[in-house]
Every structure is written in C-alpha cells, then in structure tokens.
Design a protein around this ligand. Sequence first.
Ligand code: FEO
Length: 393
Amino acid sequence: MNKKKIADNVWMIANLDWDRRLFDSLIPLPDGTSYNAYVVKGSEKTALIDTTDPKLAENLLKQLETVERIDYIISNHSEQDHSGTIPQVLNKYPEAKVLVTEQGKTMLINLLHIPEERFQTVKDEETLSLGNKTLRFMHMPWVHWPETMVTYLEEDKILFSCDLLGSHIATTDTFATDEVKVYEAAKRYYAEIMMPFRTIIQKHLTRLENEEIKIIAPGHGPAYDKPGFITDAYKDWISDKPKNEVVIPYISMHGSTRRMVSRLVEKLAEKGITVHQFDLARTDIGKLAITLVDAATIIVGVPTVRNMPHPAVMYALNVANIVVPKARYAGVLNSYGWSNQTTIDLITKSIPNLKAEIIGAVSCKGLPTEEAYKEIDQLAETIQKKHQEEKLL
Ligand code: FEO
C-alpha cells in the first residue's frame, strides 16, 4: 500500500497482511491485519514511528524510497510486528537513531541485536523537536508488554498509540469508516491481548483524557478521525461491571452434554438473559474471547474422557485463564460414561485467574435424566438470582 497522508507532512504506511490468520501462533485473525508505520516530516528533521513485521519489510522499504532522510525511528513497542524491520531501516539510514524507553532498548537489543550506539532513550513526557513539529513521548507500560509507550504529535494533535486502541483488520481504508467491522476487530484484539491489563489501561486512558486528540493512529488497523468511537468502546470494555450475559463454551461427543447445554440456554433465554453458546469443536476462539469481555457468567459444558475433562475444553479454559475476563460466576455441565471423579474438580481449578464464584455443577451419567434437567433448571434460577443481585437484569 502506498503512503497515505493523514495530516500535513504526516503519512501512514499501512503494511497490509491480508492473509495472516494466526498471531503469536495462538490468536485467530479472520480479517488479516496491518502493521502501520508513520512518517512525520518536520522542517528540520524527519521521524519514522514504528516499522513493520519483517514479513512486510520490502513493502515498507519501497514506501520509504522517496523519503530521503530519516533522523529518528520511534519505537513505541518492541514486539517484532512493529520493531522487526528496524534493522533494515537503520541500514538504509545510517544517521538514524532509535528512540525508545530504557526497557525498550534492552528488549530491542535482546530481540533484534541492534547495536547499543544506535539508541537514544526517552523519558516520560520528554519532547523531541523536528523543527515545526514536536513529538512528545508518554510511557504507558503494560499495553501488553512492560516497555510500551505512545507518541503524541503536538501541533497536529495526533496520538500514535501502537497496539493500544488498534484493531486486527486489513483494510484499504485510511480511517475507520466501516465502524461495525472495525468495532468487532478492535474488540477481538482487546479481548485477546489487552483484557488482562484492563486496570492499567484504564489509568492510561484517564491520562489521555487530558490531551486534545484529533486523530488516533494505531499500529494495527485503520486510524480514527473520530477518536471517541474507539475510546468510548474501550471505556465500556474495561469497566468493572459485567453485562447480563452468559457464555457457554462446550463440547459434546455423543450429544449428552449438548442436550444439557440446550436446556440451560432455553431456560436462561426465558429469563431474559443473553446467552452465547460455542461448540468448541468448530468455534473461533477469538469469537469466544469477544463474548468474555462482557459476560457475567461462564458455564462450561464438558464430557469426561477416560476420567479427565475433554482436552478441547481444557484448552478453552486455559485461554480464558490467560485473558482474565471479568466474569463473576462460573459453573459446569458434565456428562460421563463410568466415572466423573476428577472432571468437575479439574475444571473448577483450571481458572485460578478468574475471581469467579462457582455457582453450580450438574453431572450425569450418559444422557441427562429428568433429575439432571431439574438441576439445570435450578442452575438457571441461580444465575438469574445472581444477575438480579448485581442489578444486571
Ligand atoms: Fe502489535 Fe504487541 O504487538
């Protein structure tokens, strides 16, 4: 993609990765992604803000062919999807320095073997004059790595936020014009990457409220010329209050667990509770993560396989434990063949990062009996009562 102007002498280079389907060999990317770099040309100096994943280095270097000189490479974040092409850019511009936090410098040396003399570290709130343009650096650690910062262009009021507020989506749109699509992509990204750090992200967003921001220029996905669209969405996602929603990830080997899940879904829907049901044999784990952003309750449907919970369910719970959703209640539906000795225990102990109260476990041998259905109906009542107590319903 060619450079796209987002303000006078400020260009976005969106390195589009249309075909990437997995990030960190873990996170599904159904819409691809982009690794955005930005060129800011002042009257005296020129800065490049972030680079691209090495996979798209050729694209970035082609876009830089018309940029005669780069004095500074600003590295907001050391992860290789943004920093991985810094070595090639440094080769092309031997005069350029890499501006980074102290911790970022150590990480870039470890990850990319960049020589120490090519760095200049920046302090929180330090400014850098490019002549008629001024960059200000704000350290914002733990936007999901410890060294992260954002960069603010004072004169044009542009925030270069890197991962923060970004979306995994490949699009030729410079700005987020298809808000429905970008909202889902940004929520997916938040759910998979930022959610465990929501308390600290809340502090960063509060700090940013003191800045006048006309454009947010993230490291992934389109830029935002209406910044409120994404900052309001984040405020909703990071809020401590969950919504009147239940997520039910499940798997079923011969239909028994599915019958239990169907009964619970039916009873919860009758009570006005929104339910998200996911068959883990086919679901996109990112879709599941999106619903975990808001849900007050998680109920797991799991068959027992040779005295153990089905491994697909353990994988999903491991992901849930990593992303640390705000759910307050959890429960289990289980069908087994001859022994359920360890299943319930292992399931309830597999999500220690969640501060969820276990509100019920229904277990039955083979097909659910009338007694099991009654227990499921009771579980639905309990969920309703808990949601009412929290004033979610
Ligand atoms: Fe987009 Fe944390 O890298």
